[in-house]
Structures are given as structure tokens and as C-alpha cells.
Design a protein around this ligand. Structure first.
Ligand code: FAQ
Length: 311
């Protein structure tokens, strides 16, 4: 019966046995994964837009080629993740519909503008840095297809993170204007990056259950703290600072203390009222509509081909 199945399911999870698409799973487990994986996929797709803004304005051919490759990687991650979500019984069209109609969430971070070239560095260092901190544990999550997708994605994210740090390192050794640009980008991206980890554990409705199911291996606050600890050290190599007067090593906790996060700003962005929410969504919808003829042509070609086969 249902209770017995649920019990056996939890035993598998406790024994670190992966759950695969054909296995029995509780409805809520399936729903949670569809929610998280589709949001993650949407984030990769919308996440191409802030950087896409700089492809035509990259300062050199080398920088342009690297940025183009990075943005292409993100498209790949999105498609990979949509495939993982499809194994749970949702169609890609349904997920696209959810995104384009504004119903689906995607990471708050991609609703901020990219004002200067230094933002490409800050996104790589901080946004990809935060993404890796969150995604490495996901490669051990209980759902097989999601865990396996994370392995390759994390390898590529590590490269993205380094390229971002290298952009900032170059700027940090430049002239006064370049150093100022570098610090300004760090100042603007720091707090939104901390918000990527989600609300504090007390305000996170999904964390407790997702930890039990080993979808999450660490809580939002645990991952955020690890990220702060890493960045507080890395920023020293740039000779820059993080915009937090309360950032201070706590010898007792063996962690950095940090200042309060503006949760009002966070929820405001999540609800659709961030600086670029409307622009991002409109750009995605436009791209979808502009691509309609390609999808139609591909379908027509496929139909012709299969008609020929059976004629
Ligand atoms: N933005 O109870 P929790 C990338 C929502 S990296 C918007 O804590 P959960 C790579 C949450 O969905 C970015 N919404 O939820 C890249 C929930 O709403 P719901 C993507 C947020 O799921 C780099 C509600 O708040 N990474 O794309 C955010 O247990 C550079 C309550 O929250 C992933 O998606 C937020 N920041 O924990 C690309 C990683 N935080 O669904 C381009 C996978 C929370 O009830 C350039 N996801 N919410 O309506 C996760 O690990 C989790 O879903 C969390 C949230 C940790 C994000």
C-alpha cells in the first residue's frame, strides 16, 4: 500500500540509492523536482541575456570568443536540465509555457542590469561562483538524472568562474578608471549573489523536506556561509573589497560574519518587480516568437521525410 511504498522509498534515500525515472516516487517528490529543475533550466536560459548584452562589445576578439562560448554553455545547460525535468513527466512545451507566461520562477540574479564590461567579470566570479557552491552538492542529489546532469554542468561552471575572476584580476591591475569599474561591479553584484541561495532557513518552506529527500544536501544558509567564506579570501587577491562593513572573521565560529541581507529587495525581485524582470521576460518571449518559423520548418521537413519513408 501507499504507506509501505513511501517507507521503502525513504529507506532507499537513506541508503543513498539513486531514484531513477521508472521508479516509484511520492507525488510531492516528483513535484518538488519538477519545480526545482525547471526553475534551474529557466535560470540558465534567462541567464544568457545579461551577458549576451556584452558579446558585441567585448574589449577584444579573445574576450569575445570566450564570452560567446560561455553563453553557449549556458544554453546547453538549460537544454540538459529541461531533458532531466522531462524524465519526471512534464513536457518541454509546458515548461516553456510556464516561463513565457510569467508563471515560472527563475533565479532573481538575472533581473539585474549589466552596466559595464566589469560586470562580465563579476558575474563569472560571483554568480557562477555561487552557482557552483549550490550545484556541486546537487551532483549527489537523490534523483539520478538531475545528479548526473550536474557533473558536467559543474565542470563548465568552474571554467566560467575562473574566466570571470581573470577578467576582474586584469582590471584590478589596470589604470584608476579600470580599478574603479572593477570595484563598482563587485559592489553591485555582491548582495544579489548572496540572495541566489534563497531565503534564510527559517523562511524557506521547502528546505526541510528537500533535505530529508536528499535533493538538497545543505541548507540555503549553510551554502551562503560557505560562499561568503570563500569570497572574503578571494577578494584579497584582487586588492578590492566586498561592500559589507560587517564582514569580519569570527574566530569562534571559524566563519566570516556578514551584514544583514535586504530580504525586501529579494522578494520584490522574485515577485517580478526587479530592475529588469519585464525586459528579460519580453526578450525571451520575443526570441520564442521569432523562432516559430524554424520550429515549423523543422516539423514540416520531418513530416515530409517520414511520409516519403512509408510511401
Ligand atoms: N530566485 O524554500 P526555498 C545558474 C524561491 S545558477 C528566485 O528555499 P528551494 C547558472 C523558490 O523557488 C541559478 N526564486 O526553495 C548561471 C521558492 O519558490 P516556489 C539557478 C527563489 O527550492 C550562472 C521560494 O523562493 N540555480 O543559472 C530564489 O528549496 C551565470 C522559497 O524558497 C538553481 O536553480 C532565487 N534566488 O531552494 C547561468 C539551483 N531562491 O518554487 C548564467 C537549483 C528561492 O515555492 C550565468 N535550485 N526562490 O514558488 C536550488 O538549489 C533551490 O531551488 C534554491 C531554492 C536554493 C534556489
Amino acid at each position: 500500500d501507499a504507506n509501505k511504498l513511501a517507507e521503502q522509498f525513504q529507506q532507499k534515500i537513506d541508503a543513498d540509492i539513486k531514484i531513477e525515472p521508472q521508479d516509484w516516487m511520492p507525488d510531492e517528490y516528483r513535484k518538488t523536482l519538477i519545480r526545482q529543475i525547471s526553475q534551474h533550466a529557466h535560470s540558465e536560459i534567462v541567464g544568457m541575456l545579461p551577458e549576451g548584452n556584452w558579446i558585441t562589445r567585448a574589449p577584444s576578439l579573445r574576450r569575445k570568443a570566450i564570452l560567446l562560448a560561455k553563453v553557449q554553455d549556458e544554453a546547453g545547460h538549460g537544454l540538459y536540465l529541461y531533458s532531466a525535468a522531462e524524465t519526471l513527466g512534464i513536457t518541454r512545451d509546458e515548461m516553456y509555457y510556464q516561463l513565457h507566461s510569467g508563471k515560472a520562477k527563475y533565479s532573481s540574479i538575472f533581473n539585474y542590469p549589466t552596466l559595464t564590461w566589469a560586470d562580465m567579470g563579476a558575474i563569472g566570479w560571483l554568480v557562477d561562483g555561487a552557482a557552483i557552491m549550490n550545484q556541486v552538492p546537487l551532483s549527489r542529489c537523490s534523483y539520478g538524472p538531475y545528479a548526473r546532469a550536474m557533473v558536467r554542468i559543474c565542470k563548465e561552471e568552474s571554467f566560467h568562474q575562473r574566466q570571470g575572476f581573470e577578467i576582474l584580476l586584469t582590471l584590478s591591475k589596470g589604470n584608476a578608471a579600470q580599478r574603479k569599474m572593477c570595484q563598482d561591479a563587485i559592489n553591485r553584484w555582491w548582495w544579489p549573489s548572496l540572495m541566489m541561495f534563497g531565503p534564510t532557513d527559517n523562511d524557506s518552506p521547502h528546505t526541510a523536506q528537500s533535505m530529508k529527500w536528499k535533493i538538497k544536501r545543505f541548507t540555503n544558509d549553510e551554502l551562503r556561509q560557505k560562499f561568503v567564506d570563500v569570497c572574503a579570501e578571494q577578494v584579497k587577491f584582487l586588492g578590492m573589497t566586498l561592500p559589507d562593513k560587517d564582514l569580519k572573521w569570527n574566530e569562534e565560529r571559524k566563519h566570516y560574519d556578514f551584514g544583514p541581507i535586504n530580504w525586501e529587495e529579494f522578494w520584490n525581485v522574485v515577485k517580478g518587480n526587479g530592475p529588469c524582470n519585464k525586459e528579460r521576460l519580453a526578450t525571451r518571449v520575443q526570441a520564442w516568437e521569432d523562432g516559430a518559423w524554424v520550429r515549423e520548418a523543422a516539423l514540416a521537413y520531418e513530416e515530409k521525410k517520414s511520409a516519403r519513408k512509408y510511401a
